[in-house]
Design a binder for this molecule. Structure first.
Ligand code: ADP
Ligand code: MG
Length: 267
């Protein structure tokens, strides 16, 4: 269970949901930290101008720091821009700075605007030994998220078990289908993760049951419980996996990561 199998090829997993506050960033950084804590080589690409993933991983992302913006807009090579997360040797981050806020507009008039991230990432991944790359998306379905869809092999959707959880999901799914049809035929919705789950409420259990019925193959068995340690960790520049390894949030992210590793890449 705790010995994670190494994937044959790098799994590039984009974490997406156009809703904000559903646990995208928290899940991206903690799944990444969980896998890295078991010796996997993991890269997190922060694709949200807010830079929350960069903060949580404790990497520098002041406005003058070289960032994913330079990769997407200025063709800067990824090599010189990736930073190691201070807590875990095998965990790296391609940070986001405030400049990324302008990229959505700048991309509009660029050639091959949907493929900028893939073009930069593919040769980098080829020449490195990453087992996993997680892309933390902004809360929209704009060009940054489209770049993530095109660069990825898998989609992971975090779902917060609340009343409106399924609203917007059909729009997200039809966007994924459009990407599959036109830009990235091998993209697969591989994983759905239930976040901020409160097992004591009927509503959360009902929503979880609903989601499992719709996506029996995709939903991970392990839900992530709501836990204050999870929300405290970023203010220390840490993931909960480093900040409080024994806490329920950390243990759940480790279990969810184990499921992802043991299921393997979709065929
Ligand atoms: P998103 O990236 O989708 O906008 P975040 O990962 O930033 O969402 O999470 C939104 C807020 O909820 C953050 O303040 C985060 O700390 C908090 N949060 C996320 N997961 C949990 C959890 N399992 N328990 C408690 N708080 C959580
Ligand atoms: Mg976020």
């Amino acid at each position: 269970q705790w010995q994670f199998p190494r994937p044959d090829a790098t799994r590039v997993i984009t974490v997406v949901n156009q809703k904000g506050g559903v646990g995208k960033t928290t899940s991206a950084v903690n799944l990444a930290a969980a896998l890295a804590s078991r010796g996997m080589n993991v890269l997190v690409i922060d694709l949200d101008p807010q830079g929350n993933a960069s903060t949580a991983l404790g990497v520098e992302h002041r406005s003058e720091t070289p960032s994913v913006y330079d990769v997407i807009i200025n063709d800067s090579p990824i090599d010189g821009i990736v930073q190691q997360s201070p807590d875990i040797e095998t965990l790296h981050c391609l940070p986001a700075t405030i400049h990324l806020a302008g990229a959505e507009i700048e991309l509009v008039s660029m050639v091959a605007r949907e493929q900028r991230l893939r073009t930069a990432l593919a040769p980098f991944v080829e020449n490195s030994d990453y087992d996993y790359v997680f892309i933390d998306c902004p809360p929209s379905l704009g060009l940054l998220t489209i770049n993530a869809f095109v660069a990825a092999s898998e989609v992971l959707i975090p779902i917060q078990c609340e009343y409106y959880a399924l609203e917007g999901l059909s729009q997200l799914l039809s966007n994924i289908q459009l990407i599959q049809r036109h830009l990235n035929p091998t993209l697969t919705l591989s994983t759905i993760l239930l976040t901020m789950f409160d097992a004591r409420t009927n509503l959360a259990n009902q929503v979880a049951e609903d989601v499992r019925q719709h996506f029996p193959k995709e939903v991970l068995r392990t839900p992530i419980p709501r836990s204050v340690r999870v929300s405290e960790a970023p203010s220390y520049g840490q993931t909960v996996v480093s900040y409080d390894p024994g806490s329920p949030g950390s243990v759940s992210y480790l279990e969810a990561a184990a499921e992802i590793a043991h299921r393997g890449a979709p065929s």
